[in-house]
Design a protein. Structure first.
Length: 245
C-alpha cells in the first residue's frame, strides 16, 4: 500500500534512498524549490505507511499554442519498491493534472536511448518516440561510439485536447535534432549564496511544520528569495524580521 501526496520541501531530506540510483537525474536544491513553488500541483510523491519515500515525480507545464503541454522532468522509484506499479500511478496523476487543470495537448518526457526498460515502460503507457535529441545527457564514460549512452528520446502522449493525435509521429526514431538546451528560464538551477538558500528552505519548512522562530538572517542583499511565491511567504513567517547576525 502507498499514499500519493504533494511533494513538500521537507521531502528533500528524505529522498536520498531514491536519488542514489544510476538512472536518476539529480539536481541542486534551487531546482527542486523552483518546481515546488511554480508547479506544486504537478509534483507528488509515493509514501509508504511507515513514512518512507517510495518514489516521486516532478513536472511542469510549458509551451505555446498547440505545443502547450505537461512535461515530466523527473520520475523515479526506489529500487526496493519497483515493479509495484508506482511509476504508472504517478504518471497517471501527472497526465490527469496536465489534461484537466492545465489543458495541455500532450505530455512529454526525455529518456536515455540506452534505457530500454524505461522506454518499454513508457511505450506500455501509450507514449511514442517523437524525436531523438543528440547528446542531451552527459557521457557515461563509454568513449567513442557510445552515442546512444548520451542521446535522448523525446517521447510524447496525446491528451484529450488532441483527438487527432497531431502531437505525435510514427517515424520519431528517424527524426534527429541537435542538443536541446537544458537551462531554459523555467528550469534554471539557481546559483545562490549558501545563506540565501538556507533562508528559502527555512521559509517553506516553517510554514509546513510551524517551526520555532528562524535563526537570524544574513544581510538582506544576500537572501532575497528568487521566486515570487517565496517573496510573499517572507511576510507571513514572522511579524518582525529578525536582526541580521
Amino acid at each position: 500500500m502507498s499514499i500519493t501526496r504533494s511533494f513538500k520541501a521537507s521531502d528533500m531530506f528524505k529522498f536520498n534512498n531514491i536519488n542514489l540510483d544510476i538512472w536518476t537525474e539529480t539536481y541542486g536544491i534551487g531546482f527542486y524549490l523552483n518546481y515546488l513553488s511554480r508547479w506544486p500541483d504537478i509534483c507528488c510523491v509515493q509514501e509508504a505507511p511507515s513514512g518512507r519515500m517510495m518514489g516521486y515525480v516532478l513536472g511542469k507545464a510549458e509551451g505555446q499554442g498547440p505545443e502547450w503541454h505537461g512535461h515530466v522532468t523527473a520520475i523515479t522509484v526506489a529500487h526496493e519498491y519497483r515493479r509495484l506499479g508506482l511509476a504508472r500511478k504517478m504518471m497517471n496523476f501527472l497526465e490527469l493534472v496536465s489534461d484537466e487543470i492545465y489543458k495541455g495537448f500532450f505530455v512529454d518526457l526525455y529518456v536515455r536511448c540506452a534505457n530500454k526498460i524505461a522506454i518499454d515502460m513508457y511505450e506500455g503507457m501509450g507514449y511514442s518516440v517523437y524525436r531523438r535529441v543528440r547528446e542531451y545527457y552527459g557521457s557515461l564514460g563509454v568513449g567513442k561510439g557510445g552515442r546512444d549512452e548520451e542521446d535522448a528520446f523525446d517521447m510524447r502522449k496525446p491528451l484529450s485536447r488532441d483527438p487527432n493525435r497531431r502531437s505525435i509521429r510514427s517515424n520519431g526514431r528517424d527524426m534527429i535534432m541537435a542538443t536541446k538546451s537544458r537551462s531554459d528560464p523555467s528550469t534554471v538551477c539557481f546559483t545562490l549564496h549558501a545563506a540565501a538558500m538556507h533562508v528559502q528552505l527555512r521559509l517553506i519548512l516553517q510554514l509546513e511544520h510551524d517551526l520555532s522562530p528562524m535563526p537570524p538572517l544574513p544581510p538582506l542583499h544576500t537572501c532575497r528569495p528568487p521566486f515570487p511565491i517565496l517573496h510573499s511567504l517572507e511576510h507571513h513567517t514572522s511579524p518582525q524580521r529578525p536582526h541580521a547576525g
